[in-house]
Design a protein around this ligand. Sequence first.
Ligand code: GLO
Ligand code: MG
Length: 346
Amino acid sequence: MTTTNFKYSVGPWNVHEGADAFGPEVRSSIPVDAKLRKFKEIGFTGVQFHDDDAVPDINDLSEDAIKVRARELKQELDGLGLEAEFVAPRLWLDDRTIDGGFTSNSAEDREFAIWRAKRSIDIAKELGTDRLVLWLAREGTLCAESKDPVLGLQRLREAANEILAYDPTIRILIEPKPNEPIDRSFVPTVGHVLGFAAGTNDPNRVGALLESAHAVLAGLEPSLELGFCLSQGKLWGVHLNDQNGLRYDQDKSFGVENLRSAFNQVKVLMDNGYGKNGEYVGLDVKAMRTQSIESSYAHLENSLKMVRLMEAKVRKFNTELVDRYRAARDYEAIEMYVMELLLGEQ
Ligand code: GLO
Ligand code: MG
């Protein structure tokens, strides 16, 4: 049984100004409402939001004012025929997140992180989604001895429990990443996420969002990481993209580095009915720094096209033939069949 009607999502940060660690912005900013209109035009129906994408200047607003602004955004989304997929507190830009949020050594910083997570929930409720994504950007160490790993995980659990207690319907999707911007993460893979989830006060409301590039950075195969979460009923979001091995985090367009892995990622999603509970096929891709402002959306269009091309390949996949090869243990034949399928020779 294969899924054929995926819904696709993207975040405003995926259209960005091109700054990297060694150079400043190279493209001018595009206002969020213009991005939203374009997303819809390209074929996305879901939008991923950081808390401050949804409500700019969030730190300067009262809790009520934040909700009012979120309500306005909801109207705008309704008008455009778009849905909010999730809200994620941005816990890596502010001075109070220099040492991380939930696991910072400073109690004040940890309090700030919880405040932002709660505001993110308020925004999510206004936007009509029950998904809170936690990309644990700085929850780990730059200097191995700067934090006790056990205490770090305990603090993270306390934070998760406080979030779960704040709203009885919110679900937490942890997006693991092994490194960058930190050296070592406390929750580097989806296996860690699910182990961590089991120790919270409501494991049924803690799941995973798998990003392809993050799995590659951990030296793992994204399609198997997806399969691991699917086998546990815990794959609640994905960030499809690509990554050329163990380099800086690249967020390349989906499939441009490893076609076979891209095929297997889409296959495992389709074969296991991903999307049947309203899950989105989300992208998290960056335009290359060398792109002009006029081609600010090409990486999104290309990634979406790649996902759809892979969907077509998966539909074409000859299961009966492969089953015969499996029974005969002729895995060389399977390998060549897949190569030919991907190269259009089948
Ligand atoms: C960075 C992450 C980041 C998150 C986003 C949503 O490596 O992939 O882009 O996905 O902030 O939480
Ligand atoms: Mg991501």
